[in-house]
Design a binder for this molecule. Structure first.
Ligand code: AMP
Ligand code: ZN
Length: 113
């Protein structure tokens, strides 16, 4: 298994799990870009946003709702936060197993760089 997030989920590589259930996990990002930087990662290996199918609709809904719950739990829900899915090279995707970034705890600029 070569996928980094599959290996973390399988326990082959250490990770800091903020939450887990039978469909997804929430990892602490190893290189945080803000006071809160978590990654909502499905257990199912899906390489990019482009590889989602209709059968994943429920899973994606769970990811988005989990992001909101993480933000609430970490105390940034009312001030605001960002939930980001990077897809492929120009967006800066580096790990090819979809993950929803949950970033908050500081003001952020728009548009993104
Ligand atoms: P992306 O650029 O959207 O593919 O995001 C990949 C994210 O994974 C980056 O924010 C990295 O800091 C993060 N990352 C890379 N390796 C690890 C790891 N071993 N544990 C947790 N997060 C990681
Ligand atoms: Zn994977």
């Amino acid at each position: 298994m070569s996928c980094l997030f599959c290996r973390i989920i399988a326990g082959e590589i250490p990770g800091t799990f903020l939450y887990q259930d039978n469909r997804l996990v929430v990892l602490q990002d190893i290189n945080p870009q803000a006071p809160l930087h978590a990654l909502v990662v499905p257990r199912k290996h899906i390489a990019t946003l482009n590889d989602l199918s209709a059968e994943d609709d429920g899973l994606v809904g769970e990811m988005v709702r989990r992001a909101a719950l993480v933000a609430r739990e970490k105390g940034v829900a009312e001030e605001g936060y960002r939930a980001v899915l990077n897809c492929n090279r120009e967006a800066g995707q580096t790990v090819f197993h979809i993950h929803l970034h949950v970033i908050g705890g500081r003001p952020m600029a728009w548009p993104p760089g």
